[in-house]
Design a protein around this ligand. Sequence first.
Ligand SMILES: CC(C)(COP(=O)(O)OP(=O)(O)OC[C@H]1O[C@@H](n2cnc3c(N)ncnc32)[C@H](O)[C@@H]1OP(=O)(O)O)[C@@H](O)C(=O)NCCC(=O)NCCS
Length: 184
Amino acid sequence: MHSFPSLKSSRLQLRPLAQADVAFVLYHFSDPAVNRHLLDQAAIASLEEAQNIVDFFVQSTDDTYTRWVLVNQADGQPIGTCGFHKWDQRNRRAEIGYDLTPGAWGQGYMSEALTTMLTYGFTAMGLNRVEALVYPANTASVKLLEKLNFQREGVLRDCFYHEGSFYDHWLLSLLKPHFQALSA
Ligand SMILES: CC(C)(COP(=O)(O)OP(=O)(O)OC[C@H]1O[C@@H](n2cnc3c(N)ncnc32)[C@H](O)[C@@H]1OP(=O)(O)O)[C@@H](O)C(=O)NCCC(=O)NCCS
């Protein structure tokens, strides 16, 4: 069993999602702007759904999924989340997910958070390959990944079914030798 610690970047603290985060999870994952390109899951609308998300990460003994809350060190406020999914320890690979509250977009916060998370992944977790699935129209996310040296490998056709339609996604990946931490 792997124990995921809190991590720190210059402006952020990345701390594992906790029971105290239920209200933030509801606020964050019910926001249409945050959810617009998160097509692998439905937006949530109730405290019960937020509690289910928190319980999944807090109570589970399955360490193939982890989620950190991004806390702005300046004021202690949560501004988003990020984490690894589907950690395959045998093959040393995992997928990543990330989302920021709209008021924090465009200020380099997720570049900073992912640099910190990937540094941890490629060292403490022993990862060699990190994957990201992105809706092609999600320009901010594609740019973010390219800035971190992720390379596009192809299109996963009709990868997600969301509100009556299927959506293609791009598969991007980053290999350990190509990872270079960005300075904040
Ligand atoms: C995707 C997301 C996490 C980006 O976070 P962010 O902190 O705003 O990104 P950064 O400020 O670190 O920007 C990274 C790069 O992307 C570029 N970028 C950011 N937003 C952009 C936009 N709307 N359009 C074009 N480029 C954009 C930046 O210019 C930056 O490159 P630069 O440093 O060379 O200028 C944020 O938009 C978000 O949470 N979106 C909603 C949830 C989501 O879609 N998650 C990803 C699912 S795959």
